[in-house]
Design a protein around this ligand. Structure first.
Ligand code: ADP
Ligand code: MG
Length: 356
């Protein structure tokens, strides 16, 4: 789906702005603080129904104004689609072709984007929560049903944790355990299924883009003992039984998808602790690329790629090689104060100094 135009009102530092986009994308430039990331954030909002910087929508409203509005028009093959979002301090609404959306998760079926952020380094070097967030978001785009499973898992986890804080009967606990096991197994199975596609592609793309002989590997780290190296419902249930005493003391759930992790290794060594900055940076960019590849089911369904100042850190040749491979296929937005790095690309330039 191609982003055709964007209208923003009272969002972040924008009072009112209208931008038209070329099917190839654009280089968005301007000094620090001018609103490059804010513009990408508005585009992201139309895809995910939330910001990448905050969970508090009221922070997105221009200071001392009552609400914001973002409206995008898109081309999907010959079809025109409009997506509009508006939020005040208490509510938000989304409309697709002027019809209000009933469930936010439906948004995921329309516009897809992958945002390459400077903070992505956390996927490799940050806490397990950063990797779970990446994985959950990537799978939700790949298969929107995942969001429902994840939501129901989180609800069950919350209920189970609340129960562990009370004087529960074993019957009560048994009921919640069954529900928790069901919800957890659904989430874990979908994660494993996604990784079956994700891992080989990552290995291949890393070799292709980075052109070196480092062996990359990723594995899913369970928060419980497997049997014969296989994930099974019964092994998970057994761990919950074993945890009973500890969970009673801790008053929270000590095993499950909310504690699992991904391990990235380079040449067999844990990347979280030992990757160089350069290795980690390349690895997260390729990780995001593979996220994009996996949601590209067909030509009309390609995601928009948004690079927020992440390529200036890579060495110039590497960044050039990556962009040249992508630009023929994807619509790309690049935000950077350093126009000179990208002038070789055949992309129109949006200079925010002149636009706002
Ligand atoms: N809710 C808001 N209302 C008005 N201005 C905001 C709001 N949120 C952020 N800003 C302003 O946006 C600017 C940062 O924009 P940003 O897009 O991050 O810049 P950059 O071009 O460096 O990416 C800051 O000057 C900040 O004060
Ligand atoms: Mg920025």
């Amino acid at each position: 789906m191609l982003l055709n135009s964007l209208e923003i009102i009272d969002f972040r530092n924008y009072r009112a702005i209208n931008v038209d986009f070329d099917p190839r994308g654009a280089i968005i430039t301007g000094d620090n603080g001018i609103g490059k990331t804010n513009l990408l954030e508005a585009v992201y909002y139309l895809a995910f129904g939330k910001s990448f910087r905050t969970t508090h929508d009221h922070e997105l409203i221009r200071f001392s104004h009552p609400f914001f509005r973002i409206a995008g028009t898109f081309h999907k093959g010959k079809e025109n689609i409009s997506i509009a979002a508006a939020a005040d301090k208490n509510n938000k609404i989304f409309k697709i072709n002027k019809i209000p959306l009933e469930r936010l998760s439906e948004l995921f079926n329309y516009f897809k984007t992958v945002y390459f952020s400077p903070a992505d380094l956390d996927i490799v070097t940050g806490s397990p929560a950063c990797r779970r967030l990446f994985l959950d978001q990537a799978i939700a785009q790949y298969d929107p049903v995942y969001l429902d499973n994840l939501r129901s898992f989180r609800h069950t986890l919350k209920q189970r944790n609340a129960l562990l804080k009370t004087k529960y009967s074993s019957q009560e606990k048994g009921t919640w355990d069954d529900q928790f096991i069901d919800a957890s197994c659904k989430v874990i199975s979908q994660r494993l299924d996604y990784l079956e596609h994700f891992i080989p592609l990552l290995v291949e793309q890393y070799r292709q883009f980075i052109q070196n002989r480092e062996a990359i590997h990723i594995s899913y780290q369970f928060s419980f003992q497997l049997r014969q190296n296989e994930f099974s419902r019964s092994a998970f249930a057994e761990q919950l039984r074993k945890n009973e005493f500890q969970e009673n003391l801790a008053q929270r759930t000590l095993t499950g998808p909310h504690l699992d992790d991904l391990e990235f290794t380079i040449n067999g060594i844990n990347a979280r602790s030992y990757a160089s900055q350069g290795q980690a940076r390349s690895l997260v960019i390729i990780t995001r690329l593979v996220q994009a590849l996996l949601i590209s089911h067909n030509q009309d369904d390609l995601p928009l790629l948004m690079f927020d100042d992440v390529l200036s850190d890579l060495d110039q040749n590497r960044a050039k090689a990556i962009l040249q491979l992508l630009q023929d296929k994807y619509q790309i937005l690049i935000a950077s104060p350093f126009l000179s790095h990208y002038q070789h690309l055949p992309l129109p330039i949006i200079d925010l100094k002149k636009s706002i």
